[in-house]
Write a protein that binds this ligand. Structure first.
Ligand SMILES: [Fe+2]
Ligand SMILES: [Fe+2]
Length: 336
């Protein structure tokens, strides 16, 4: 049973959100109030704003197998900023397995992208700015630190249909593929992770009714949708913290080697290596995600499509490496 917030705050109608205990380290002052579950139906104030949790308190919860604490929904933004800033600390901790570290960073980043892409409060500047860098840096650090994290991190991705989940998934997948292709440079991996996170940012400027339409798109709607790489490029172009490789990931991830892609119909080597990698994992994630208008397509079927397109539309080496990488991750998840 979830705790009843009104028991804690009888005079107000507050609501509370669970947050992972693992995000918190000892002696970090919190900018918000933190609550713990006192029993099945009551929340108790565990740490007022401005104070820090002690190592002892954290140990008691961990020993009692507590997984979540609670925050006031009204303080969610403060929590989100705190969790983003805590990513580097989480990565540096030696009491958490690598997979758990990725899970925590993934959840925080998903929330950042969700907030930025929220249609009622669209704020793409949040994504175009530096906030995404913490994710990209953390992901690159984890992958470089512990190669074995690759399989676990790919099997934990959520495959719901939201564009924001897809952007974080593509970021994770393209980083894994770059690593498998031999990229070991932390800064390059971080740049690729960051570009992957931005790759579909132009979709946020497309009518959501077109994005989520059930049934086939009209020619006009398809034309509109196919503008998203250009819209993304226009939005990001000229920004200080975006480099040309990232711009090409955004602009060229739907191009095909044989020239049948969009928006420009460029061929072969005119498509950057990073954009070619993005194309492979983008197709895989788009097919294996549930959509409002169809169920997720099975992993095996998505792999068959990649194999069919390898060499003609997609880079054959990348498609084959991705197949190997994701099959290992899926096999690992099945045997868990
Ligand atoms: Fe796209
Ligand atoms: Fe995409």
């Amino acid at each position: 049973m979830s705790p009843d917030p009104e028991t804690t705050q009888p005079s107000s109608r507050r609501s509370y959100l669970p947050v992972p205990l693992d995000v918190f380290c000892p002696d970090q002052p919190l900018p918000f109030s933190l609550y713990s579950s006192a029993d099945d139906s009551t929340l108790a104030l565990a740490c007022p704003p401005g104070e820090a949790l002690s190592a002892g308190a954290l140990k008691v919860w961990r020993d009692a197998a507590v997984r979540v604490l609670y925050i006031d929904t009204a303080e969610h933004r403060l929590y989100q900023q705190f969790a983003e800033a805590a990513m580097a600390d989480i990565i540096a901790r030696d009491d958490l397995p690598s997979r758990r570290k990725v899970e925590l960073c993934y959840a925080t980043t998903r929330e950042l992208v969700r907030e930025a892409c929220d249609s009622s409060n669209l704020n793409l500047e949040e994504l175009a700015g530096q906030r995404r860098e913490k994710w990209a840096d953390s992901l690159a650090t984890l992958v470089c630190q512990d190669e074995t994290v690759l399989d676990g991190m790919l099997s934990m991705l959520l495959h719901d249909y939201y564009t924001y989940t897809h952007m974080v998934n593509v970021s994770t997948m393209v980083t894994a593929l770059a690593y498998r292709m031999g990229q070991r440079d932390h800064d390059k991996l971080s740049m690729i992770a960051s570009g992957g996170l931005l790759h579909d940012i132009g979709k946020m400027r497309i009518d959501p009714d077109t994005l989520n339409k059930i049934g086939p798109l009209s020619e006009q709607e398809r034309d509109e949708l196919q503008q998203h790489p250009v819209l993304g490029l226009e939005f990001l172009h000229g920004r200080e913290n975006i480099n040309p490789q990232q711009l090409r990931m955004v602009h060229q991830h739907h191009e095909k080697l044989d020239g049948s892609g969009y928006p420009s119909g460029v061929v072969g080597g005119e498509i950057s290596t990073e954009a070619q990698m993005t194309a492979v994992v983008d197709i895989y994630d788009a097919m294996t995600c549930k959509r409002p208008y169809r169920d997720a397509i099975a992993h095996q079927q998505a792999i068959s499509v990649l194999t069919e397109q390898a060499g003609t539309k997609l880079n054959a080496e990348m498609a084959s490496l991705w197949k190997e990488t994701i099959e290992r991750a899926v096999a690992g998840a099945d045997s868990d």
